[in-house]
Design a protein around this ligand. Structure first.
Ligand SMILES: *[C@@H]1O[C@H](CO)[C@@H](O)[C@H](O)[C@H]1NC(C)=O
Ligand SMILES: *[C@@H]1O[C@H](CO)[C@@H](O)[C@H](O)[C@H]1NC(C)=O
Ligand SMILES: *[C@@H]1O[C@H](CO)[C@@H](O)[C@H](O)[C@H]1NC(C)=O
Ligand SMILES: [Zn+2]
Length: 524
């Protein structure tokens, strides 16, 4: 009898590894009729169960780590973004999955900062890149440093080191890609230490009442320390690098008061090897990246244009990600790459929900490109957001209703339409409310606005000069070596500790500390 049970359980154990579920994995469907079929839901759920049973944690070392940050990419932004993407492709958007939603492991990150319940992109960058939570509006310094305290930010014991520095110390390469100015808060977290995120150029430091000689600006820090050793820097922001006596190739005059041309200095500092500076998509795509060991690309005077807006010869986030991976891949010891979809956040601040969703799709496309170019056995890809926003998906639209349009329902109080997407607060209050004859406030009829247009603002409650961030947890999606460690609910500053563990870098515990360990290697 015992032998029987033993044989049976061995068979069950063996069989699990081989089971696959046959019914066609139709994630994307084109008719809501299919949703009415009970078999559809049964097989859909069974397939998910079988997929989960086939999951095996990957315990090899991560040679490469790519951290994708969707700035302000709250969970409702991901939901609405997937519906928007699916609807553009002619599918039932609710069924669609963005690229990172195919990852095996998902967790939640708590985004608050040391002194704020709702965070900004600066203090969160310290958390998810340097592993320490700090004060609102500061970057790469501990909470000992108060806003604008330049002297305190210079004290070595207050300066944090980022996961890019840990990678460089382990002789890996590091790089960054963003759609914002490369001196903006999130990318600055890779290389800068500052008591105010707005100190992007020496002019900014001066305008904010500080002395640039006590307070090195962020652009200048890209030419020192960790910044200087980055192999790839792609994004916007020529004006923070050029003196106010010079223009970039598109005629935009620089910001700097100190007369320095940091773009030229960057190129001159790369004594040996092949360093390239590019200013547009044509130049980027014509560069022989295999022969390039340092790459600086600045594609706008300020932030790069939204994907839905016109711009001159601008690469997509996916194209920049591909270029970065090509350059960084030449290091046999691997790399750390930071990729930011930085303008999801900006569109939300303007309550331009359609642009926020479109930037989310661009971000997902960049993740897809990275997955195509890397091996999940040796490359850990982590996707998350720094903080949320106040956008909600309001009830109760019918299935397949346009996510960027008006709800299929009317308000049961004023009998006027509402938008499926709206915000808790935002700018341009008068666009949505009018004073009625008796002095009360009424909503305008949204059918008279352009809801669904890329530049239309979406309705909101509290009037503000710009819509604020939200304090909800953000999701973390992980794929590759040690991705299973990213499940659960944890503090945002845990993220670089986990990435460092998987790739065996940094000051903390590491996967390669565990000896003997048959997996203590890159997968052969
Ligand atoms: C791209 O940059 C190159 C080199 O600076 C320049 O010659 C070319 O005109 C630029 N292309 C466009 C479309 O502006
Ligand atoms: C830079 O961005 C602005 C604002 O989005 C846009 O109007 C402009 O065309 C962009 N410039 C280039 C060179 O793409
Ligand atoms: C104000 O007047 C409008 C009609 O102009 C009416 O619909 C609304 O109920 C009134 N509001 C209040 C608070 O009396
Ligand atoms: Zn923001």
């Amino acid at each position: 009898m015992r032998a029987f049970w033993l044989t049976l359980s061995i068979q069950v154990a063996l069989c699990y590894c081989h089971y696959t579920y046959e019914p066609d994995p139709t994630w994307n469907i084109r008719s809501t009729n299919e949703l009415k079929d009970k078999n559809f839901w049964y097989h859909d759920a069974q397939r998910t169960v079988f997929d989960k049973l086939a999951q095996q944690p990957n315990l090899y070392l991560a040679k490469n780590v790519i951290f994708f940050l969707g700035d302000g990419m709250s969970v409702p932004t991901v939901t609405a973004g997937r519906i928007y993407d699916g609807q553009l492709k002619g599918q039932i958007g609710e069924r669609n999955r963005l690229e990172f939603e195919k990852f095996e492991y998902v967790g939640l990150s708590k985004t608050y900062c040391v002194n704020k319940q709702v965070a900004d992109s600066a203090c969160t960058a310290s958390a998810y890149l340097s592993g320490i939570k700090a004060n609102y509006l500061t970057i790469g310094v501990s909470a000992d440093v108060q806003l604008n305290d330049c002297a305190s930010a210079q004290q070595p014991e207050h300066r944090l080191s980022s996961i890019a520095a840990w990678a460089q110390r382990a002789h890996k390469s590091a790089g960054l890609v963003t759609t914002t100015r490369v001196t903006h808060a999130s990318p600055a977290g890779v290389y800068a230490h500052t008591s105010n995120r707005d100190f992007e150029s020496d002019k900014d430091v001066h305008d904010l009442g500080q002395n640039p000689s006590d307070c090195p600006d962020i652009a200048q820090q890209l030419l020192e320390g960790v910044g200087k050793n980055l192999k790839v820097v792609l994004g916007g922001g020529t004006k923070k690098f050029l003196p106010n006596t010079m223009t970039d190739i598109y005629g935009n005059v620089g910001d700097r008061l100190d007369g320095r041309n940091l773009i030229e200095e960057w190129q001159q500092s790369k004594h040996q090897g092949n360093a390239r500076v590019v200013f547009n998509r044509t130049e980027l795509l014509n560069t022989d990246l295999r022969q390039t060991d340092h790459l600086l690309g600045l594609f706008n005077a300020s932030h790069m244009a939204y994907h839905l807006d016109d711009s001159i010869d601008t690469p997509t986030l996916a194209e920049m990600t591909e270029a970065a991976i090509e350059v960084l891949s030449s290091n046999p010891l691997g790399y750390f790459l930071f990729v930011e979809g930085g303008r999801i956040d900006h569109a939300h601040h303007e309550t331009k929900a359609k642009k926020a969703l479109d930037e989310t799709v661009q971000f997902s496309n960049a993740v897809k490109r990275a997955r195509r170019l890397t091996d999940p056995w040796d490359t850990l890809i982590v996707v998350s957001a720094d903080h949320g926003h106040t956008m909600t998906i309001n009830g109760y639209s019918d299935i397949d209703n346009s996510i960027t349009g008006l709800s299929s329902e009317l308000s049961d109080i004023d009998n006027l339409p509402y938008a499926t997407l709206s915000y808790a607060n935002g700018p341009d209050y008068q666009r949505f409310y009018t004073a009625a004859v008796n002095g009360s406030v009424e909503r305008v009829d949204l059918r008279n606005l352009n809801i669904g247009d890329k530049d239309e603002r979406y309705p909101h409650g509290v009037p503000m000069s710009e819509e604020t961030h939200g304090g909800g947890d953000v999701a973390v999606y992980a794929n590759g070596p040690w991705a299973h460690l990213f499940s659960g609910v944890y503090e945002q500053n845990t993220l670089p500790h986990l990435m460092a563990y998987a790739s065996c870098i940094g000051p903390g515990i590491k996967a390669c500390d565990l000896r003997p360990n048959p997996y203590n290697t890159y997968r052969p």
